[in-house]
Structures are given as C-alpha cells and as structure tokens.
Design a protein around this ligand. Structure first.
Ligand code: MN3
Length: 199
C-alpha cells in the first residue's frame, strides 16, 4: 500500500502560541511529508509494499532494514504526535486515566515533572512517551531518533508522545527544550490519551 501524509487534525494556526503555524508548516508539510515520500520510495516493488504501516515498521526492524525502519517509524510517530496535541487540550486528565497517573506517579504534578525531565534529558533527537504497560500501570519512556514503542514487545502501549527533535521546537523556542515542554503541556490531548488508555 502507498502511505499518505494525513491532514493535521486542526487548523495550522490552532496550536499557537505553543506550537506556531510556521513550525507546523515545516514539521508537517516538509519533515513528515519527506518521511512518507521516502517510505513509499523504499518499499516500491518490495515485499514491504503490501504491509500495513505498523507491520512494515516491525518487519523492517526485524530485518535489520534500518533505513526503512527510520523513515516508516517516523511516519507513524508523527501522526501519533499530531493527535497527541489539541487546541482544546491541556489541563489535567480525567476519569480512570487520572487515577492511573496518581497510582503510577504519586500525583499529576509529579508525573508532569518526571515527563519533562525525561524528555529534556534525551541527549540527542527522540521522543517522550506516556505508555500503558501490560499490567495496567503507566510509565514514561523515551526513544532515540526514530525509535518507537510499537516496535518493541513489552515497551507498553503509547498514550501520547512529544517530539523532542529540534525541528519540533527550534523555530518557536530556539534551543530551549524545557520551555517547549512546559508550554506543550497546555496542548496535551488528554481525550486522545484516555481513548488509548481504554482501547
Ligand atoms: Mn518531528
């Protein structure tokens, strides 16, 4: 199958000032699009062509096809990232997700602090994730470069992700990754996280 660049689930300027229209124009329109185009070019005429994106990512990893893994995982990660943000986001989670965060991290504030510390602490490029483990508990994990929890057994099911590659924040925050993360919590899509927690 040919993979397509999904439309953003909101207007290009809807996340400003936390994430500006200019950032989204580049990040979605150039970076994400390039991952999609390169994935399509790499799979053309190969056995990967018939696979759904998630299966393709896992097979590329198992095959040691690093080039394809990087491009295709970035396609998935970015689509998940767009959905992890909402102009109606921010605040605190509700319902059973709020309870699970308290159980796993002590309090919402402790969770937020730990998520920001973990994501700021990624030395290079990567992703911060809130994941649900098989036992129902929550965890914060970070992955490097294109890596993604969906490719690894036991890493947990992603509930939301924050892109901490410089291209995600450099236009708006320059090198100030902690500022981006603080601001990012005002647009976290808790409804999406809850839906993933239940699903
Ligand atoms: Mn990115």
């Amino acid at each position: 199958m040919k993979h397509e660049l999904p439309s953003l689930p909101y207007a290009i300027d809807a996340l400003a000032p936390h994430v500006s229209a200019e950032t989204l124009e580049f990040h979605h329109g150039k970076h994400h699009k390039a991952y999609v185009d390169k994935t399509n070019a790499l799979i053309e005429g190969t056995e990967y062509e018939k696979l759904l994106l998630e299966d393709l990512i896992r097979k590329a990893l198992a095959d040691g096809n690093k080039g394809l893994f990087n491009q295709s995982a970035q396609v998935w990660n970015h689509t998940f990232y767009w959905n992890s943000m909402s102009p109606n986001g921010g605040g605190k989670p509700s319902g059973e997700l709020a309870d699970a965060i308290e159980r796993s991290f002590g309090s919402f504030d402790d969770f937020k602090k730990k998520f920001i510390e973990t994501s700021v602490g990624n030395f290079g490029s990567g992703w911060g994730w809130l994941v649900k483990k098989d036992d129902g508990s929550l965890d914060i994990v970070q992955t490097d470069d294109a890596d993604t929890p969906i490719a690894h057994e036991g890493m947990g099911k992603p509930l939301f992700t924050c892109d901490v590659w410089e291209h995600a924040y450099y236009i708006d925050y320059r090198n100030a990754r902690p500022k981006y993360l603080e601001s990012w919590f005002d647009i976290v899509n808790w409804d999406f996280a809850l839906q993933n927690f239940r699903g």
